[in-house]
Design a protein around this ligand. Structure first.
Ligand SMILES: [Zn+2]
Length: 218
């Protein structure tokens, strides 16, 4: 008798539990991502006037890598962006307007190189996002945070073209800002989004170091 009461009780509790689960499932809204809205800050229909990320071409120490989709390029490896080798403490500016969506730090400590990067991700519209990766060689976390402290933007900030994103810290001569532009998370040649004057500007910079090079290689 006692046993039957208990099993009945368990049965009722189980029924209630299942009913609650079903009720919650019925009320669950499907997750919808908010469409990108810049509230009229700039024309975000197309990105076709993207600029360079320096104020002064004399802030650039060298040019070693552009964008390449295969190894068939002067530097011999695929590369998803442009490496701006700035001198220490140079100003880095925004190539296009947008919303600072993310700032993140990463590192790779290996016997032969110790790379860290502080990446600033700025969204232009629904499909286009630009990243500014402040990359350096150092295993010292103090150096990484020093670079982070040299940024002038925070997550949630809106920037316009030419706004200062930060200053570049250069622990070694190999350090640079890795600049990438993504369309639906796929890196593309920056030329596709650049204005004509800005393209001519970067090509004259590249040709001072590498007279025959292109910006991008397929
Ligand atoms: Zn790079």
């Amino acid at each position: 008798m006692q046993l039957k009461k208990i099993s009945n009780l368990i049965f009722i509790v189980a029924i209630i539990f299942m009913a609650v689960i079903i009720y919650m499932g019925m009320n669950q809204q499907p997750e919808v991502e908010e469409p990108f809205d810049n509230e009229g800050r700039y024309d975000s229909t197309i990105l076709n006037n993207m600029g360079v990320i320096y104020n002064d071409s004399l802030d650039i120490a060298h040019w070693n890598n552009g964008y390449s989709e295969s190894t068939n390029c002067p530097w011999g490896v695929t590369h998803s962006g442009l490496d701006y080798i700035f001198y220490n403490n140079s100003i880095v500016i925004a190539a296009a307007p947008g919303l600072v969506e993310e700032i993140y730090m990463g590192w790779q400590i290996l016997p032969y190189n110790n790379i860290y990067w502080v990446s600033v991700q700025i969204k232009f519209n629904e499909s286009m996002t630009i990243t500014y990766g402040f990359e350096g060689n150092s295993a010292d976390a103090g150096v990484w945070s020093q670079q982070e402290a040299m940024l002038d933007v925070e997550i949630g900030d809106w920037v316009t073209k030419g706004d200062q994103i930060g200053r570049f810290l250069r622990p070694t001569e190999y350090d640079h800002v890795h600049f990438s532009i993504y369309r639906y998370n796929q890196a593309i040649c920056p030329r596709l989004a650049m204005g004509e004057d800005d393209y001519n500007e970067i090509m004259s910079l590249i040709h001072t170091f590498q007279p025959t090079w292109e910006l991008c290689y397929p």
